[in-house]
Design a binder for this molecule. Sequence first.
Ligand SMILES: C[S@@+](CC[C@H](N)C(=O)[O-])C[C@H]1O[C@@H](n2cnc3c(N)ncnc32)[C@H](O)[C@@H]1O
Length: 285
Amino acid sequence: MSIRDSLSFAQKVLSSANISEAVIEAELIWMHVLNVSRHDLYLNNFPNVTDLNVKRVHEILSERLTGKPLAYVLGLWKAYDVDLIISPDVLIPRPESEILIERGIEICRSGVFGKSPVVVDVGTGSGSIAINLIRNVPNIQLFATDNSKRALEIAQQNFKRFGLYERITSLHGDLLEPIFVLPDLVIANLPYIPSRNIDWLQEEVRWEPREALDGGNDGLACFRKIAVESKSKLNNCRGVFLLEMDPPQIEDVVSMFRTEHPKVEFDVIRDLRGLERVLEITIGM
Ligand SMILES: C[S@@+](CC[C@H](N)C(=O)[O-])C[C@H]1O[C@@H](n2cnc3c(N)ncnc32)[C@H](O)[C@@H]1O
């Protein structure tokens, strides 16, 4: 079978199961099985794929048709610049969280916190934010926390995968509680979905760990806590928080931080769909 036929076969199987991104998923499956980039998939003159390749694709397709998200089936998923180990113990990294990475890189490079800022990735999950950050700004002192031991184990596997295990201090615990150095920059993609909405999410999202999604009664539980922590946990009482959230939550989170700090400024960063997605909170500066 040619690669073109193989791709279109996978795509048809996925489409017939109503998988919306069938074309992209078929490509990702073949890229994974042949271990090639998208560019090579289309432009390289491939010899016909082997029976073993086809068998592996069939196995992946039948697991995918159970409803399990492709990231968990493949066990590897692209987050910003890197392919990370992913399991159902961690959230599948989302494109909108790349705003946190890009803005984090800009702040660290700006020099506003000196040459070696202390940065915390709170709720690191797979480690996607921490890894992409330190690969782009290697001079930072980086901490990654999560209150899920199983998530932290996946993050540590990813830190090792990129030779960063010694460079990122990973700590188990609640929000900023385990941090023993006062940070300049706190980056967090914490759970922000109200508990009652979890059961109504798309079926695939329900494969993801509940503790990565469930933000308590109103979705704001983690923000409420971290706003209080921001009072005692910042270097010289000054610093920046970058928090991902749902657009309607911004107003509430702004008022939580206003209550805690006499001098605080806010900026909102929109995602690729134009939605207000990240709140940048500058404290005491
Ligand atoms: C939405 S996921 C984000 C994972 C990763 N940062 C990303 O962007 O892909 C939230 C993560 O925060 C962790 N988490 C939830 N509540 C927490 C808390 N109170 N303290 C620390 N981590 C928490 C979850 O275990 C999960 O790994």
